[in-house]
Design a protein around this ligand. Structure first.
Ligand code: V47
Length: 394
């Protein structure tokens, strides 16, 4: 049974009142996490009905060489030439993407993030974007975190605005939400002192919005931060979005994505990482606090497809996409598959009682799938001469 404090917060939410820092903290501390989830679900259904989104996307990482030394990272190799360090030339990057996709069913988005490589020319990134545009004209290019933009500006001696303008001219269309980690300086100082600060990260997103570039935002949770740090993080993002709305900027934060910390192969390997309940509660509190960000992603790569599926009843309206393969979580001990087929995403969404919608990067509807028949009817045994096979019936 939920506490009286929770009932107070629920009344605020139902009355359309904005939640404050103490409310957020109380939601993280509420013993009845199912009630927190149910309240977030009310908001989620008010915003999105029974729709749940996925997209057909593919990941690209062209270099894992990185000058930053984030304690949580298992992906970056600090210097070129170290075992496992890898940097692709522009033609190699295009070939590696070509090898990942089926030309007869091209995805709609490439999501690219990289290490902060000190030895490449800025023109490399411009050439990369132009080559992607030329080789895959229908793939939306969602590329570079604010941390990369900040690094480019400092390393190549340009303002962040010029960096964004040059990358946009070369083909950048939107930006992912990575690099946010935890904004609070008590944590950021320990976790990732040598990259963009919270203020720099937010300023770059605001600038991107001014230029019409839609962006996402993330939060890496389940390591050395407290619930208070998480609430602080959510409030900073809400303020950033409020500013973009108030200024009438042509773009916004589209989606928020909480990222479950994975401890293998990094300096925080003794931290156990979040539990399933923490994953679900964090989604729910995020939905309740971030009342001005439209979409909330349950990112199946970080939380596993099973938790992401349940997350669709805890505030989330999106499960990300097909991914195909990625290396950030692959090198940190992920318990999720390499990629998911569209059939698998659709089944996962349907069995959560939602209508699956394939979206593009900007949340325009590509396909609305019919709502499910009973889940058990999605499979049937088919007799074949050579034996009995399971066949998926869509
Ligand atoms: O910023 C790195 C995180 C992020 C670990 O915008 C880790 O649609 C857990 O930003 N354990 C990159 N997390 C991924 C990212 C993202 C993911 C999905 C969707 C979108 C989007 C963006 O991955 C990094 C960092 O916070 N990360 N190492 C780790 N060991």
């Amino acid at each position: 049974m939920a506490t009286a404090r929770f009932q107070e917060i629920a009344a605020k939410v139902r009355g359309g009142e904005r939640l404050g820092f103490d409310d957020g903290l109380a939601l993280f501390e509420e013993p009845d996490f199912l009630s927190v989830g149910a309240l977030a679900n009310e908001v989620r259904e008010r915003l999105h009905g029974d729709r749940a989104y996925y997209n057909r996307n593919v990941r690209l990482e062209v270099t894992n060489v990185c000058v930053a030394s984030c304690m949580f990272c298992s992906f970056a190799k600090l210097e070129e030439g170290m075992p496992g360090a890898r940097t692709l030339s522009v033609p190699q990057a295009i070939d590696s993407l070509r090898a990942k996709v089926d030309p007869s069913a091209l995805p709609t988005e490439v999501h690219m993030v990289n290490g902060l490589h000190p030895g490449l020319a800025f023109t490399y990134y411009e050439e990369l974007l132009s080559a992607l545009r030329e080789a895959f004209p229908t793939l939306h290019r969602k590329c570079f975190t604010a941390v990369e933009i900040d690094f480019f500006a400092k390393h190549y001696g340009m303002t962040t605005r010029v960096v964004l303008e040059r990358l946009r001219a070369a083909g950048l269309e939107s930006m992912p939400g990575g690099g946010a980690e935890i904004f609070h300086p008590e944590v950021r100082r320990k976790l990732c002192a040598d990259k963009a600060t919270a203020e720099e990260w937010a300023a770059i997103h605001g600038e991107a919005h001014e230029l019409g570039i839609f962006t996402n935002a993330t939060m890496l949770y389940g390591h050395i931060e407290t619930f208070a740090h998480r609430v602080d993080h959510l409030l900073r993002l809400r303020a950033l979005q409020q500013e973009s709305i108030a200024q009438g900027r042509p773009a916004r934060l589209q989606a928020f994505i909480p990222l479950a910390f994975h401890p293998e192969g990094n300096d925080l390997r003794r931290v156990p990482g979040p539990t399933g309940v923490d994953d679900l509660r964090t989604l729910a509190v995020s939905r309740l606090m971030l009342d001005n960000v439209e979409h909330l992603k349950a990112y199946w790569v970080a939380s596993t497809p099973k938790i992401a599926q349940v997350g669709l009843a805890f505030g989330a309206d999106d499960v990300d996409g097909t991914i195909v393969s990625e290396t950030i979580y692959g090198s940190a001990g992920k318990r999720a598959p390499e990629g998911l087929a569209v059939d698998e995403l659709v089944r996962m969404i349907r069995e959560a009682g939602r209508t699956p919608i394939e979206r593009d990067t900007l949340y325009r509807v590509i396909t609305e799938h019919p709502r499910a028949a009973a889940p058990e009817a999605s499979f049937r045994l088919k007799d074949r001469r050579e034996g009995r096979h399971l066949e998926v019936v869509s």
